[in-house]
Design a protein around this ligand. Structure first.
Ligand code: SF4
Length: 372
């Protein structure tokens, strides 16, 4: 069996409540189902057909991993570390919600081996957080950063969202200033997208969300680029900014088209050689997931084998998200499309790599459509 290091993702699907914009596989559940699901995830990990493959990176996402107790979360990490021995300096991240973390939990996580925390701040404005349905208060982000620092985490990410309902340019600027004042090593700055099957989608259909228009969204994004750059962050992906040496190694595996293993309800993995890679999605609902693990049944509720054609499309799509760009020649881009995006000033060359220009970053989907 292939023994090369591989990215490992663990999905914990529980949250204190469901945010209005969220279409992730997350559930506002409490009680016995959480203990049962944690036990099932551990069983899935320890039974892995890929046991023994070293972990290149480990990432706990959700859901809200820190909604679990420290022993639950650390127990799952122990199962991963024993199943997939980590490479030297393996990046081990957990997402965290500022409303459900404190110093003792961070200290236990650090002790267990986590070395990076990604905090879902989203906004520092009380009204935004209420509208988004977040459980944390604005001042809890700063407290969570302080607790994480005191627990020994020297690699922190903050997630912020822009183009929120009713958000002004000045409010977005204040949010950026608040985030930058906390001096995280990494910033993820996402434009709010309205996904089907969310409360926000239904409100949007009724015309009840006062969203900034396209032009305002572009100005908000450009302000983020400028302020992050002024504070020493290097943009390395459309939505991601890092201090030197602090890019998210786990997410880079996705953008570079590498394999990734995934455990937990609804987790998505992609494994195997590029010409016949199997992409699988685990059964999503925790109850059904537990039943299948306990019965030893097949866990995938969806799977497909990706061929070279799909690999080419994904490589172009994801590679162009990176500021370093992608060597296009092996993926035979459409010559006419290439000419079009170059003539519009959306694509430029850095040696053999093609990359989006600052203007092109606003048109990533259009560029990809032209090239494939
Ligand atoms: S905390 Fe994250 S995963 Fe949980 S409901 Fe909110 S957006 Fe979804």
């Amino acid at each position: 069996m292939d023994q090369s290091p591989v990215a490992v993702y663990v999905h914990t699907p529980f949250c204190p409540s469901k945010c209005g914009y969220c279409d992730f596989n997350s559930y506002a559940m409490t009680g016995e189902i959480i203990d049962r699901t944690v036990a099932a995830i551990e069983t899935e990990i320890r039974r892995s057909p890929w046991a023994g493959r070293p972990a290149k990176t480990i990432f706990f996402g959700g859901g809200t991993p820190t909604f679990l107790t420290a022993p639950q979360l650390c127990g799952l990490l122990r199962a991963v570390l024993e199943t997939h021995p980590p490479i030297e300096n393996c990046e081990i991240t957990s997402e965290a919600n500022p409303g459900v973390v404190d110093w003792p939990k961070f200290a236990a996580m650090r002790e267990a081996g986590f070395n990076r925390v990604s905090l879902g701040a989203q906004s520092f404005v009380k009204e935004d957080l209420i509208r988004l349905g977040r459980v944390h208060a604005a001042d809890e982000v700063g407290k969570a950063v302080l607790s994480a620092r005191q627990a020994g985490f020297d690699n922190l990410n903050l997630d912020l969202m822009f183009a929120l309902p009713g958000q002004s340019m000045a409010a977005w600027q204040r949010n950026l200033e608040a985030a930058l004042s906390l001096k995280p090593e990494h910033l993820s700055l996402y434009c709010l997208t309205i996904e089907p099957n969310t409360r926000y989608y239904r409100l949007h259909l009724k015309g009840m969300l006062d969203l900034p228009n396209d032009e305002a969204q572009v100005r908000m994004y450009d302000l983020a680029l400028q302020m992050a750059g002024d504070h020493g962050y290097e943009q390395y992906e459309i939505s991601n900014f890092a201090k030197p040496g602090r890019q998210c190694e786990h997410n880079r595996c996705y953008w570079l088209g590498e394999e990734y293993l995934a455990y937990g309800p609804g987790a998505v993995g992609a494994i195997g050689p590029v010409e016949s890679r199997r992409r699988y999605t685990n059964t999503k609902h925790p109850q059904l997931y537990c039943e299948r693990v306990e019965a030893g049944s097949e866990l995938a509720c969806d799977e497909e084998t990706l061929g070279l054609g799909e690999h080419r499309t994904e490589r172009i799509m994801l590679g162009l998200r990176l500021n370093e760009g992608i060597e296009l020649a092996p993926y035979a881009p459409d010559p006419q499309g290439l000419q079009t995006v170059e003539s519009r000033g959306w694509l430029e060359w850095a040696g053999n790599n093609a990359r989006l220009t600052p203007t092109g970053r606003h048109f990533c989907s259009e560029v990809v459509a032209e090239l494939i």
